[in-house]
Ligand binder design. Structure first.
Ligand code: IMP
Length: 425
């Protein structure tokens, strides 16, 4: 048995939570491997919308194990809110959720540092979700961080104070005003909750699951184009969002990775700053945002919208070793007379079909191919064979361009609006 991976091929918000929820019945274990409360995974069923930030999207299925892996950064404050909301809805979180002792903690001063750093950057800000992600990962790689396992130690409070002292110096440097005393009680309540949950050595546990024939699905957060190494640096998140991040973030050797589901929207969105070659600043962009309800699940910020970017998609497919594609939000494209797809870029006077090194300071102009649109409303379609011919052509076009099958097409936010397509033998 190998662990399958599901991750985003664009700038996040592809709809990973929904698909993980749909695929969970096929798996025994769902594991998050990177990111933290900057993620907002939205799931909708039985008329209710749920947003998860840290907890894997398999949590709604009784009897499935959910693991928060070592590569994740956990904010106990956000985590407690998430757990409380799930308990209120009758989800038995405490029974099915396991947390890696090696996952790092986001402490209140990480959030303050995130805000101070962004404010200091002014126009050049990353557009961070301000959840303390960057500072927490900085402390991890800087070897100053606090891990979940530390909360089991009698000296945790003093370890916390040492880190806070360091952060206070930095905040002084930023001349940032704050009231830490207001933030700490919620943090320590979150720590108490974490202590009630099973804290595990997840790398051993997950490898044991594989050895005993259990099926694992690793759930990515953010998207490949936000990867700290391969995204449009510095406008990226601070973790490895690609398949390789699964190995690091769960302690699984590369040979233990099986299928890689690459999930993408039928168009593109990006929230926060940074380059976005196919971004539309016109009415079409506005229409996509409105039809697609493109507002951040974590921050509520309007998402920037644009056409599908094939060079970027192919780049993400290459980095991740994607074996099958999942196309989301196809329904949003209904009603557009034509649909554009970026096939190449104009860059430094040349036409290229790769993502060049400098996408931040150089101008990248998309070269488009125009395909016929469709008018039919897809929300009620329950069989992939019944999709409009123009959409089937769009699917075929992307499959030809990427060399991969699109095995799932999503036509709405509900579980039921997920169409399975036959994989060619
Ligand atoms: P951070 O990870 O909160 O520091 O944000 C860094 C960049 O990644 C910003 O542009 C955010 O908008 C973006 N980002 C972070 N998490 C997500 C996500 O889950 N979906 C989409 N964009 C995200």
């Amino acid at each position: 048995m190998k662990a399958d991976v599901l991750l985003g091929l664009q700038w996040g918000d592809e709809g990973k939570g929904k698909v993980v929820d749909v695929l969970t019945p096929r798996y025994d274990v769902i594991a998050r491997f990177q990111g933290g409360p900057n993620a907002g995974h939205t799931l909708e069923f039985e008329g209710v919308k749920h947003v998860l930030h840290t907890i894997p999207s398999g949590i709604f299925h009784a009897g499935k194990v959910n693991v928060i892996g070592n590569g994740v950064v956990i904010d106990p404050v956000v985590f407690k809110k998430e757990v409380d909301a799930l308990l209120q809805r009758g989800v038995d979180v405490k029974k099915n959720l396991y947390i890696s002792r090696k996952a790092h903690l986001i402490i209140p001063t990480h959030r303050l540092l995130d805000a101070a750093s962004e404010a200091a950057k002014g126009q050049a800000k990353i557009g961070s979700t301000l959840k303390g992600i960057g500072p927490a990962y900085m402390d991890k790689t800087g070897r100053n961080g606090l891990r979940v396992g530390d909360i089991e130690h009698a000296s945790f409070k003093s370890m916390y104070e040492t880190l806070v002292a360091k952060h206070k110096e930095l905040l002084g440097h930023y001349k940032y005003q704050y009231n830490l005393a207001e933030l700490e009680p919620a943090f320590f309540e979150g720590i108490s909750l974490l202590l009630e949950l099973p804290l595990i050595d997840s790398e051993y546990e997950l490898n044991r699951y594989i050895d005993s024939g259990k099926a694992i699905l690793a759930e990515g957060a953010q998207g490949s184009l936000l990867d700290v190494d391969f995204g449009s640096y510095p406008f990226v998140t601070s973790s490895h969002t690609i398949t390789a991040g699964t190995c690091i973030g769960l302690g699984l050797a590369p040979g233990r990775i099986g299928e890689v589901y690459g999930i993408f929207k039928a168009y593109c969105t990006r929230v926060g700053s940074g380059p976005f070659p196919t971004e539309l600043h016109d009415q079409t962009g506005e229409d996509l945002r409105k039809k697609g309800h493109e507002f951040g699940a974590t921050t509520g910020r309007p998402r920037r919208c644009g056409w599908l970017d094939l060079p970027a998609l192919k780049y993400a497919i290459m980095l991740n070793g994607v074996t099958q594609l999942i196309m989301m939000k196809s329904d949003v494209l209904s009603g557009f007379r034509t649909i554009k797809v970026c096939t190449q870029y104009k860059y430094r006077g040349q036409v290229i079909d790769h993502v060049p090194y400098d996408v931040v300071n150089e101008n990248i102009e998309p070269v488009y191919e125009e395909l016929q649109g469709w008018d039919e409303d897809l929300m009620q379609v329950r069989d992939a064979e019944q999709l409009p011919v123009a959409l089937l052509r769009y699917i075929d076009y992307i499959e030809q361009a990427t060399g991969l099958p699109i095995t799932i097409v999503s036509v709405g936010p509900d579980r039921k609006q997920t169409l399975m397509r036959k994989v060619p033998a």
